[in-house]
Design a protein around this ligand. Structure first.
Ligand code: UDP
Length: 324
């Protein structure tokens, strides 16, 4: 069995949907932000907390776990600046407990969801895995700390792991009834689409004086199903013994400004947005664009979805989701 921690969340639930096709899957989630009905019915559901030793031990005692994939984290940059304690507790201390319990039961294969926020303010226009990591917010720090723990645990205890640094995950499954469903929603694409659905009065653009082509922040948006597929390749590489430790970026390699995202949403929906240009948001770098050449070369991963397709899939889901 593959244990997916945080498998009820946005990215985790999309991974589970693909993984159940080839593996026996268990999902551990405390449903603090995830959704029970987002978990594929073929997966075995364990309700519990990754930082609770008893919850995790029970799973390892009752099931043969071949690998753990860890998606459960708090992931809001702004919130992490205001409440860092929550981020160090859940993202660092919780993960440490999970890893210690894994090692106790001799489970030594681990896939970790990391982030572009580990790079901080980029010194390179396009980031490679060799770019300097210098986070500028507690969320990025918490993820980089776990990356360090993994490197040290690998040397000392023989843990095999793959770190996947996501850029901006977006979009929704094209068939299943799952999509991006955060409460509160803070991410750009769902916020713009909710506005265009008439559920929000306007869109606040956080900063229009950045040193970018139109003054708004540039990000690299990647479809959640492309992310899920990268996890499956990474898992197979660990299970086959092709890889023992690796870190990969996951992005499309193209940067889009906040204004361009709004324009693409307008084009996809045929509706016009009301925009309010407001203050910068704390902890936001001007530009984050990934080079994913390493995972392409080593594992053969290529993203399949363009920005337009990402937004079309998200819009499609927004219109049929229970939130509509
Ligand atoms: N953003 C914005 N208005 C919003 C939400 C986001 O201008 O209501 C901007 C945000 O400042 C960032 C970009 O959109 O530059 C992407 O933000 P998001 O929260 O979606 O992802 P992040 O890059 O923080 O992971």
């Amino acid at each position: 069995m593959i244990l997916v921690v945080g498998g009820a969340g946005y990215i985790g639930s999309h991974l589970v949907k693909e993984l159940v096709e080839t593996q026996e899957v268990g999902v551990l989630d405390n449903f603090s932000t995830g959704h029970r009905n987002a978990v594929d019915k073929q997966a075995v559901l364990f309700e519990g907390d990754l930082g609770n030793v008893q919850d995790v031990e029970k799973i390892f005692q009752e099931h043969q776990i071949d690998a753990v994939m860890h998606f459960a984290a708090n992931s809001l940059v702004g919130e992490s600046v205001v409440d860092p304690s929550k981020y160090y507790q859940n993202n660092v201390a919780g993960t440490l407990t999970l890893l210690q319990t894994m090692l106790k039961y001799k489970v030594k294969k681990f896939i970790f969801s990391s982030t572009a926020a580990t790079y901080g303010i980029p010194e390179d226009d396009v980031l490679t895995e060799k770019s300097i990591t210098k986070p500028i917010n507690p969320y990025g720090h918490s993820k980089l700390m776990v990356e360090q723990i993994l490197a040290d645990f690998s040397k000392a205890y023989g843990l095999n792991y793959i770190v996947l640094r996501y850029f901006n995950a977006a979009g929704a499954h094209t068939l299943a009834e799952i999509g991006e469903n955060h409460d509160p929603e803070t991410h750009l694409i769902p916020i713009v689409l909710e506005h265009l659905q008439g559920k929000r009065e306007k869109i606040s653009v956080f900063g229009s004086d950045y040193d970018t082509k139109d003054g708004t922040c540039i990000r690299d948006y990647i479809h959640v199903t492309d992310l899920a597929n990268a996890h499956i390749l990474a898992l197979n590489a660990l299970l086959n013994g092709d890889k023992d430790t690796s870190t990969y970026n996951l992005g499309n390699g193209k940067g889009y400004s906040v204004n361009e995202i709004i324009q693409t949403c307008e084009a996809v929906t045929g509706r016009k947005a009301t925009i309010d240009y407001s203050e910068r948001r704390a902890g936001d770098p001007a530009q984050l664009i990934a080079s994913s050449a390493k995972i392409e070369q080593e594992l053969g991963w290529v993203p399949n979805y363009s920005l337009k397709e990402i937004i079309e899939s998200a819009w499609n889901w927004h219109q049929r989701s229970p939130l509509s």
